[in-house]
Design a protein around this ligand. Structure first.
Ligand code: PSU
Ligand code: MN
Length: 310
């Protein structure tokens, strides 16, 4: 395993020293946001993490190496090349064997981050159960059930079947926390009408919960859901119209599989006059900030325990 992992030296020494590190994914850069907002957002997310006193580790696959802590040239390559693959967990071995360059989804980012020793990961919206009769379930869900990490997001992407996604998380034992909120956020909007399992009001509160999961030897993630900032929330009638149009378009053009999510996100941005794009960027930035605060609280708590044992 180790021979296929590549950590940059800053991330590696931060982890050794118990300093806060936040993993960031790269599918959102390569496939989730348009150019040039994608590279601008990728850089901004790293800066936000640094401003909060943590080290960013953007994750992706470069020349078949599972990489945590991409350099700025590598991020630029993922953002601006036309042939970047969207790699989920099922693709990782192929990417290694074929020495691919590729962007990692929530699922494969978690897989790599966990093996690198990173405990906190920030993204926009997780994948989930798609709408429609054919069961199309994102690999993000089983990975959340199998990886003991904190994943900070704004719920599941609104293009999905949110009640079914919520139900899946419950069945598979993934604890869902609302960060300073009382219901599950719905990506571009702050409310879904769906329940959370617990409300957390501070980074320390999240860390304590995570430590209890570990003490109980649970293997699932702690999903920390943070609503999009109010000023960037998309108006519900605009959202409904954009979403219906986008969903109809996928049926007309028979789009499915790994193309489905990026297509829906791009269609909605066009149909909402850019409102969903603004919201997507705002929630990504906000989630990176909250994740960095959680990582910092975790590193402080660990230092305190270590000192008190001396
Ligand atoms: N969050 C965003 N935009 C995105 C994604 C997340 O704000 O584009 C990506 C993530 O990488 C997530 C993926 O894992 O969409 C889900 O794709 P799929 O349904 O094919 O698993
Ligand atoms: Mn999907």
């Amino acid at each position: 395993m180790k021979e296929h992992l590549s950590l940059n030296s800053e991330v590696e020494s931060a982890l050794l020293d118990g300093k806060p590190v936040v993993a960031l994914e790269s599918t959102v850069i390569a496939h989730g946001l348009p150019r040039p907002q994608n590279i601008e957002t990728a850089r901004r997310l790293e800066q936000i993490v640094r401003d909060e006193g943590a080290i960013p580790a953007t994750i992706g696959v470069i020349d078949g190496k599972l990489s945590a802590g991409l350099g700025s040239d590598q991020i630029e390559m993922l953002a601006n090349s036309d042939d970047i693959k969207k790699l989920s967990v099922r693709d990782l071995a192929i990417a290694v064997a074929r020495k691919w360059n590729g962007a990692t989804t929530v699922a494969s980012t978690m897989w790599i981050a966990h093996r690198a020793g990173i405990k906190v990961f920030a993204t926009g919206g997780i994948g989930g159960v798609h709408r429609g009769t054919l069961p199309d379930v994102s690999a993000d869900l089983p990975q959340l059930a199998a990886t003991p990490m904190i994943v900070v997001c704004s719920g599941a992407k609104i293009v999905l079947d949110l009640p079914a996604t919520r139900g899946w998380l419950e069945t598979h034992g993934v604890t869902v926390a609302g960060y300073q909120c009382d219901e599950l956020p719905a990506f571009y909007s702050r409310s879904s009408g769906l329940p959370i399992d617990v409300r957390c009001d501070s980074p320390e509160d999240v860390v304590a919960l995570f430590q209890n999961q570990r003490a109980l030897d649970l293997q699932s993630a702690l999903l920390v859901t943070v609503p999009v900032p109010s000023e960037d929330e998309v108006n519900s009638s605009v959202l409904e119209r954009a979403l219906n149009d986008a969903l109809n378009e996928t049926k007309r053009r028979a789009i499915g599989g790994r193309e489905l999510t990026p297509f829906l996100l791009a269609e909605m941005s066009e149909k909402s006059g850019g409102a969903t794009l603004t919201a997507n960027i705002a929630l990504l930035e906000n989630n990176a900030r909250v994740a960095a605060q959680i990582a910092s609280a975790m590193s402080k708590a660990k230092l305190e325990t270590r000192n008190s044992k001396r």
